[in-house]
Design a protein. Structure first.
Length: 492
RNA sequence: GACUCAUUAGCUCAGUCGGCAGAGCACCUGACUUUUAAUCAGGGUGUCCGGAGUUCGAAUCUCCGAUGGGUCACCA
């Protein structure tokens, strides 16, 4: 609040006056440094049979007050949930009870008393000592409707978390999902590593980077758009199983499924290929759903997806044939591809080659149909600059994208380890860049040196962690799984 | 970036045809010793998102701007 004291509206001034009153009585809540909690709300509710009649101390935020005669009830919310406090004048004494009556919803309190059940059956704490531990100067949203304005919820997430238990639950689940991924991969002998976010060449994905400046070196840097090129350097260095879970940044649009900074998990495993990555993906997803949700059948927006069954596998060419009727096995030249695109209203640009057009067909006709877990395999080489070609057909590569709910959930390949081929692929990317593809990669010379030292055959995969959390928590927007999503600043 | 809808009290929302700014919750005063969105009596606490215009008069109509939601475009 920027308002000075004189400008505060009455509703705000009253709370400040109450605080001043406490301070004058030498009961400044902000002087208190700690409070001992013997039990959480949940422990008392779950363990009532053992705790009935026993003395406990609890602490949390006052969420509601009722029945203010010589006896009062309040709901106190702590980290685990809510517990009702029963506060009686006889037990507290006249002076303390008078102070308690001035407590506001939102204040943080500590209470001591005996666990019991009220006449209506509600497990409660019969309070004989209550202390204000922090005064709330701003009123919370109304108790019944809570806070629903999405703008306010995202900007003031602290209020959202107080008012909406399901929001807190979503973020608890997100934390559990990431913990479960770490535990699973660590159990397979993977090593978690951290690689630079500030880079001079942002490669490994097709995206426009954010740019910044490092004063000490007077150099322009970019924020990373993927983790790939550094993790592969580690494979070269003999770290055979590595992964990183970290933030990447892409200077692109923002909608219900995209935030400019998001969490990517990339993993590289030496001596395996994309088939190994498919097996790992299938096992990992199944494990996560079972661990976090307790079932392999997840429901997103009313649609059930079964992670328990073997995931479907289809090549990109087969998928395009299935959903658009166009068979790229019979298309051999760019002219033929363009003709097919024209006939099927697929828009393409001058720089697009045959493989790009196949991908455009895929995006237009196939993606939305891939609801159940599906591996789409064998992409065209033109859109896969870091991937090994298929031994029997150099127009395609050993790559798959994992789809669920029509969304791309993961992207994996048999990593290209032939440095001569890799240099040609970078060169082709630079030609695309020259022709106006702002998302094309450029040659990373240090990465090239690493490949020339020699990288074992390797399988690699990247997962979008935020989308994974959306699916597993049935969240409609990516902003619902980000504690503080990117928002346009209000202050100028 | 385009289109579209929204913005009124701390929160959730009404506000008719352009004519004194409204309700519920919260809050204040009082009553009430087992309440559950407690109840009863009284009290409205406001930059109607910001600016300009039309008008005797604008929360309401017009234009410009801000922020957000949705859809599309780009992407994961």
């Amino acid at each position: 609040m920027e308002n000075n004291e004189q400008n505060l509206s009455e509703i705000l001034q009253i709370r400040r006056d109450k605080l001043a009153e406490l301070q004058q009585m030498n009961k400044n809540p902000f002087d208190i440094t700690k409070y001992e909690q013997t039990h959480s709300s949940k422990q008392i509710l779950d363990g009532f049979d053992d705790l009935e009649g026993k003395r406990v101390s609890v602490a949390g935020r006052l969420m509601s007050k009722r029945g203010m005669g010589k006896v009062g009830f309040c709901d106190m919310q702590d980290n685990e949930g809510k517990i009702q406090l029963f506060v009686k004048k006889d037990l507290l004494g006249d002076d303390e009870y008078a102070l308690f009556k001035k407590y506001d919803i939102g204040d943080i309190v500590g209470a001591e008393g005996v666990v019991f059940r009220t006449q209506t059956g509600q497990v409660s704490v019969k309070v004989d000592k209550i202390t204000m531990l922090s005064k709330s100067l701003l009123p919370l949203p109304e108790k019944f409707h809570g806070m629903t304005d999405t703008d306010l919820r995202y900007r003031q997430r602290y209020i959202d978390l107080i008012m909406n238990a399901d929001v807190k639950d979503t973020f608890v689940k997100r934390s559990q999902i990431i913990s479960a991924i770490r535990a699973y991969l660590n159990g397979l002998g993977f090593l978690e590593v951290e690689t630079p976010m500030l880079v001079s060449n942002a490669g490994g994905a097709a995206a426009r980077p954010f740019e910044t400046h490092f004063n000490a070196l007077d150099e322009n840097f970019k924020l990373r758009i993927s983790l790939e090129l550094y993790l592969k350097r580690l494979i070269v260095g003999g770290m055979d199983r590595v992964y990183e879970i970290g933030r990447v940044f892409r200077n692109e649009g923002l909608d219900t499924r995209h935030n400019p900074e998001f969490t990517l998990m990339e993993l590289y495993q030496a001596y395996t290929d994309y088939h190994g990555m498919m097996e790992l993906t299938e096992n990992l997803y199944r494990h996560l759903a079972q661990t976090v949700l307790g079932t392999t059948k997840i429901v997103y927006n009313g649609i059930e997806m079964d992670l328990g069954k073997p995931f479907e596998r289809i090549t990109m060419v087969e998928a395009v044939k299935k959903y658009s009727g166009v068979d790229f096995n019979g298309i051999h030249t760019l002219d033929e591809a363009r003709k097919a695109a024209d006939e099927h209203k697929v828009e393409y640009e001058e720089r697009h080659k045959k493989g790009d057009i196949l991908n455009l067909f895929f995006e237009k006709y196939v993606e939305e149909h891939l609801i159940q877990p599906t591996f789409v395999m064998d992409h065209p080489v033109e859109i896969s600059p870091l991937t090994k070609k298929k031994p029997d057909n150099p127009e395609y590569v050993e790559r798959f994208e994992f789809f669920m709910n029509g969304w791309e959930m993961a992207n994996a390949y048999s990593e290209l380890n032939d440095p001569i081929d890799q240099r040609e692929r970078f060169k082709a990317q630079e030609e695309q860049l020259a022709q106006g593809d702002e998302e094309a990669n450029t040659t990373d010379e240090d990465f090239m040196r690493a490949l020339e030292i020699g990288m074992p055959p390797t399988g690699g995969i990247g997962f979008g962690i935020d989308r994974m959390c959306m699916l597993l928590t049935d969240s409609p927007a990516i902003r619902d799984v980000l504690l503080f999503p990117t928002m346009k600043p209000l202050d100028k």
